[in-house]
Design a binder for this molecule. Structure first.
Ligand SMILES: NC(=O)c1ccc[n+]([C@@H]2O[C@H](COP(=O)([O-])OP(=O)(O)OC[C@H]3O[C@@H](n4cnc5c(N)ncnc54)[C@H](OP(=O)(O)O)[C@@H]3O)[C@@H](O)[C@H]2O)c1
Length: 291
């Protein structure tokens, strides 16, 4: 009986722990996307990340309709061309319609964008939250300066989503988020796949019989952040969620931190498909115009 209780506790713990690894859906579309998400949910993923920009909300809606909505945590992001309050509301309504759901668990501004004032945008998000259409509010790709400016608006920010992996981490922002009770979601947690072949991570993983990808994801989870790995390969999906039964030592965490501290983030210029330059280097005053 005692053994049964322990077994139940371990299985329950695993379900909770697995739910802390999210599933990234870019660049999946159409049937590939529907099938991949069905697999992911069956394997134990509960957090699904998407965005208007990914063009896959319809497919995600079809996939999640087969499961209990209350078990899932659905994230979407609005693109900067819809930050004006009316456009933002329109984007959310279109998002909910495509996802065939009545609410989003988390709605984020996809990129900081200095050409639209932040106050009216965040107040509109707050209104959508009050109406129960979104459960939490987030900013994607901010720096500490963006966060300081956003928090001045008096709207609770629940999440940030940032590039984070063993080759790059903005530790200053991580510290700021911890201090302000903001949870961090990590995009490109495997460095867009290249870290699965990283000799340094492979070597750490040997001790635990884990892969380099699992070490990278575990490092993120031990920072109390939520990794959002993307994969259309079922074996990789399984591998990426099986990270709950080992723990990196303090020394290993510090070694990976050192590697991440010395790395460089992905940068965007007007030539890139995002069609605007990133604003990571903006000062506090440059971040967003005063209303
Ligand atoms: N907020 C933002 O601005 C932003 C920006 C970029 C991405 N995102 C989000 O973050 C998610 C993840 O980012 P990402 O797709 O750029 O990078 P990623 O998750 O670091 O890498 C995805 C790549 O890694 C490969 N992979 C996955 N698991 C693997 C494993 N266990 N072993 C070997 N290879 C593996 C995948 O190939 P296979 O399919 O073959 O497994 C895929 O090519 C996106 O899907 C999106 O939801 C957000």
């Amino acid at each position: 009986m005692k053994n049964l209780k322990i077994l139940f506790f371990i299985s329950f713990f695993n379900i909770i722990a697995k739910s802390e690894v999210g599933y990234g859906t870019f660049p999946l579309k159409g049937n590939d996307c529907i099938q991949a998400i069905e697999h992911a949910i069956k394997l134990g993923y509960r957090i699904i990340d998407s965005a208007t920009r990914y063009g896959n909300l319809d497919a995600i809606g079809t996939a999640i309709a087969k499961f209990n909505r209350n078990d899932l945590f659905i994230i979407s992001k609005v693109w900067p061309d819809s930050y004006a309050p009316e456009a933002l509301r329109k984007d959310l309504f279109a998002t909910l319609e495509k996802l065939k759901t009545g609410y989003l668990d988390n709605y984020l501004l996809h990129w900081p964008y200095s050409k639209v004032a932040i106050e009216p945008t965040l107040h509109e998000m707050q209104e959508l939250k009050t109406q129960g259409l979104i459960r939490t509010i987030g900013l994607s790709n901010p720096t500490v300066n963006h966060m300081k400016r956003a928090l001045q608006c008096g709207v609770k920010i629940d999440y940030v989503q940032i590039e984070m992996h063993p080759e790059f981490c903005d530790f200053q922002l991580l510290k700021f988020c911890n201090k302000n009770s903001i949870r961090v979601q990590a995009w490109a947690p495997l460095g867009v796949g290249r870290l699965s072949r990283d000799p340094f991570l492979l070597n750490i993983g040997k001790k635990y019989n884990k892969t380099a990808a699992q070490v990278a994801l575990r490092w993120i989870v031990q920072h109390n952040c939520i990794p959002l790995p993307a994969s259309k390969n079922v074996a990789h999906m399984q591998e990426n969620i099986d990270i709950e039964n080992f723990a990196l030592s303090k020394q290993e965490m510090n070694l990976i931190n050192r590697k991440a501290r010395s790395g460089k983030r992905q940068r965007f210029t007007f030539k890139d498909p995002v069609e605007f330059a990133d604003e990571f280097d903006f000062s506090f005053e440059e971040c967003w115009p005063i209303k």
